[in-house]
Design a protein around this ligand. Structure first.
Ligand code: 7TS
Length: 408
């Protein structure tokens, strides 16, 4: 494999050089490079004070580092301004923020919410809650057996009654990128707002929220080489300004009286309580690292590894890969079943061989049911994985059936 990124990249990741495990569960969370770990440590060693509060130098410095991180995120996803970037804990919290704040105050009986069937539970349950609380109707944008959402499905499902459309940019089950631009265009043509879950796209491709023209976009730092506990919500200024706060308390107000309060300006209106500045600084380092590598090099490497894995998987009898035939449409995600073997057994066998994969419903039960599976096994690749790791995966997978007692 001749790619711009080579196996040497692993030296940037302390966990990867300490272990012989093949870590192939990157869609669950990514490993962290030294620069991210060091940035978090450096914040606590040299800049630790409660940001946005103190007028002394240390606190001002902590605030600056936190706000620099916000600028970096805004640039990374091409937001119009950093005030449109809200720091949250993760994608789940970002999506809940939209549901509780925008959803509960704008939707009502007679309205329709459209959610793609390809979604992670994080982008389904908040909309079920909104539907239950407001009387709005929830409908699903269906996909084909290979995970594709067709133009016909978009035309049919998004109607004049649709007020909100929630869709993931990349599925954590098939790895396929959904036609978000088409979905957004159709949603806007009927006056609906759009919510895009970018948890699985941001680690693998450049995102431009303005070109995409989405109203909201959510992602997690930890899948993107950043720390756990920091996530992002992007929202268009007009919408965020009109929305009530999600959580209330310190830091999100201008003034408080006995009777009420005046909310702070964006983005602070949505960041109640002491913020997670250290992890925001860590996310900033992750974004710098990824930007330094460049998505062209990342995609080249991930597609080459995926193509190599898919070629090998096709030769393993009884193994069935879910999703597209085209490696470039997998974004590193290889989800499969093996006839007669439960995914948990596959995962346990791979674990015995030092290979980490995920087995189960991948928090996408409606999609798995729609595709006719109860559970599957998923290997998910990142640019720091190697051909040798993929070879080990293929070798173990080829032995699974015989180790379970099958003769062919
Ligand atoms: N949306 C998608 C598409 C995801 O894949 C995940 C996590 C989430 C939302 C939730 O992210 P969180 O950071 O708020 O937890 N997906 C997975 C996964 O596929 N395996 O473990 C977590």
């Amino acid at each position: 494999m001749n790619t711009k990124i080579t196996d040497c990249i692993r030296c940037d990741f302390p966990l990867l050089i300490q272990t012989n495990e093949a870590y192939l569960d990157n869609a669950a969370t990514s490993q962290k490079p030294y620069c991210v770990i060091n940035a978090v440590e450096d914040f606590y060693k040299h800049s630790n004070a409660n940001p946005l509060r103190g007028l002394y130098e240390l606190s001002v410095n902590a605030t600056d580092r936190y706000e620099d991180a916000r600028e970096a995120v805004a640039k990374f996803i091409h937001a119009g301004e950093s005030a449109e970037i809200i720091f949250t804990r993760n994608t789940t919290e970002s999506l809940n923020l939209i549901a509780y704040s925008y959803g509960l105050s704008n939707l009502r009986e007679g309205d329709e919410i459209v959610v793609s069937i390809t979604e992670h539970h994080s982008n389904i349950l908040p909309w079920q809650m909104v539907a239950r609380s407001t009387g709005a109707k929830l409908s699903y944008l269906e996909c084909e057996q290979d995970g594709r959402i067709t133009d016909e499905a978009i035309e049919k499902t998004i109607t004049e009654k649709t007020r909100l459309v929630a869709v993931g940019e990349v599925s954590n089950v098939t790895g396929r990128r959904n036609p978000v631009e088409k979905i957004i265009e159709k949603a806007h043509s009927v006056g609906a707002v759009t919510v895009v879950d970018g948890a699985q796209s941001t680690p693998h491709m450049a995102v431009d929220v303005q070109a995409m023209n989405t109203d909201f976009f959510a992602f997690s730092g930890h899948k993107l080489l950043g720390p756990m506990g920091i996530g992002v919500l992007y929202g268009r200024r007009e919408l965020l300004e009109a929305m009530p706060p999600f959580l209330t308390g310190g830091e999100m107000i201008q003034t408080v009286s006995r009777e009420g309060a005046v909310w702070a300006e964006l983005p602070h209106k949505f960041e109640a309580g002491t913020v997670n500045a250290a992890d925001a600084v860590g996310l900033h380092a992750a974004i710098d690292y990824i930007t330094g590598l460049g998505f062209d090099a990342i995609t080249e490497r991930e597609d080459a590894l995926t193509a190599y894995a898919m070629e090998g998987m096709k030769k393993i009898p009884h193994l069935h890969l879910i999703g597209s035939e085209d490696p470039a449409e997998h974004n590193g995600i290889l989800n499969f079943v093996i006839d007669g073997v439960h995914p948990h057994d596959i995962s346990a066998i791979l674990d015995a061989d030092g290979i980490d994969v995920r087995a189960g419903h991948h928090c996408a039960q409606p999609l798995l049911n729609h595709l006719g599976f109860r559970s599957t096994t998923r290997a998910s690749l990142m640019f720091y994985n190697t051909e040798e790791e993929v070879r080990r995966l293929l070798g173990s997978l080829a032995s699974v059936r015989s180790r379970m007692g099958y003769e062919d």
